[in-house]
Design a protein around this ligand. Structure first.
Ligand code: NI
Length: 187
């Protein structure tokens, strides 16, 4: 892992805390920062295993990845604060609000693939973090389709990190098991 610019990361973390101040991570009752930290924790071992990757770019994009989609920040404002590379990474990680389902995912993955591999890694880490414990209100079908999306992400972005590929594949496998058990009425 290259030398971390800790000041940049601390500035981004505080900024994210302010932007997401009133938001909870859905279904948990916990502050949104919980999710941002979880994505960074998924990234950490993958970055440690890949010293050629720009860890500051990856972690800054991870910390800020929902500021445009969820807090109304513009890409221009983000570029002014954290630079063009971060703004472009976050823009690629933000959904086009006019597209839904498979079309939205396809568009998102296409834009991420035009970015450096560090941005691919953030998307994989984000999905790993989101494939933690299934929210209590999710039904079998929703769990299965979320696992399917995880597989689509793996196919599109897996080349950026063997470690995150293994991790995401394992999370998808566990979610498929969960969905199958739920369908059988075992949970
Ligand atoms: Ni996320």
């Amino acid at each position: 892992m290259n030398a971390l610019n800790t000041d940049t990361l601390q500035t981004a973390w505080r900024f994210a805390a302010e932007r997401h101040r009133d938001q909870e991570y859905p279904g948990t009752g916990l502050p949104y920062l919980m999710h941002l930290g979880a994505v960074c924790l998924e990234l950490y071992p993958a970055l440690a295993a890949a010293p050629e990757r720009d860890a500051v770019l990856a972690l800054t994009c991870a910390i800020l990845h929902d500021t445009v989609e969820d807090t109304g920040l513009t890409s221009g404002e983000l570029a002014g604060l954290f630079g063009e590379a971060v703004a472009q990474g976050v823009a690629a990680l933000s959904k086009n609000p006019d597209l839904h389902g498979a079309e939205g995912m396809g568009d998102s993955l296409k834009r991420i693939r035009e970015q450096p591999p560090e941005v691919w890694m953030v998307k994989m880490a984000d999905r790993c973090a989101n494939l933690g414990k299934p929210p209590a209100h999710w039904n079998t079908e929703k769990c299965r389709s979320y696992a399917d999306e995880g597989e689509t992400i793996l196919e599109a972005l897996g080349a950026a990190s063997p470690l995150l590929t293994a991790r995401l594949a394992e999370r998808v496998r566990i979610w498929r098991q969960f969905a199958a058990q739920a369908a059988d009425g075992q949970v």
